[in-house]
Write a protein that binds this ligand. Sequence first.
Ligand code: NAD
Ligand code: SER
Length: 315
Amino acid sequence: MSKKIMVTGALGQIGSELVGALREIYGEENVLSTDLKEATEIADNYYEKLDVTDSDKIAELVDKHQIDVVYHLAAMLSATAEKYPKKGWDLNMDSLLTFLELAKEKKIKQLYWPSSIAIFGPDTPKNNTEQNALAIPTTVYGISKRAGEFWCNYYHEKFGVDVRSIRYPGLISWKTRPGGGTTDYAVDIYYQALEERKYECFLSENTALPMMYMDDAIRATIELMHADADKLTVRTSYNLHALSFTPKEIAEDIQKHIPDFEISYKPDFRQQIADSWPGSIDDSVAQKDWNWKPKFDLSAMTVAMLNNLKEKLGK
Ligand code: NAD
Ligand code: SER
């Protein structure tokens, strides 16, 4: 299993957990962490500053560190990309194509690139949305992820590139705060419940969205990358399911532990984004192809979030 791995966007919500999980498997010296910050700002012995819009620097680092596998996480998420559409598109698309080209040239052997439930749109069936359901996204982020899926499939079909992808639902975690997504409320709510005993939600009370606890997402990512290539029937991106809940339901679950917690609702521009996404996902293809199964339900996630955050925040 001697592989050299590079993770982009490694200081973000997912990267900050994925790097640790990969280092446990492959060893610290085999997992290069990269992001926009200077190396001097980071307590990490194997880190390089990398702006993924700089394709020369990417090629230089791949060569310098003899990288075989890339987990390309750096991107602009849904809420921020609605504010900076062209910047979001350029970042999300150009960097993916740089890595796909490197894989085509056999400079890297395997590529992981995350897609999102945001590839679906308002015309998509809302419940148990199937793998190949109609997907006409209406957000910049969704358009970039859907186009990225097609590019991944194209490079796989045409050039044999081993690129793998998951359509993550909203991810919930306690180690690193999320960075500009529509599902961020489901992380913020736990912080506010512990710190303020109240939370004003930017989505309305009955907005159901697909969600997943970070431990499940990290495990899914590594399981997909370790799966037998012959078993994989999807090279756009796999649907993945774990949880589906509304702001009202997560608040009620928190109230089981913090009875005086109160939630209020003040929907903003993110409501329209959420309304264009599915409420729940059918992941039967991922189950069949690589035995995907989530471990955390809503109550297990709430216990994990509150316990970990209590320790982190000293509450
Ligand atoms: P995040 O916003 O928390 O982290 C992104 C990281 O990328 C940040 O550390 C940022 O500094 C870095 N970055 C931004 N621009 C960069 C650039 N030009 N060059 C290099 N690094 C840059 O995001 P995340 O939640 O960790 O998401 C990672 C990936 O997973 C993204 O592709 C995102 O679309 C996808 N995804 C995330 C979720 C979720 O709920 N978190 C859901 C679906 C898909
Ligand atoms: N959590 C992500 C977002 O809200 C979904 O891709 O942008």
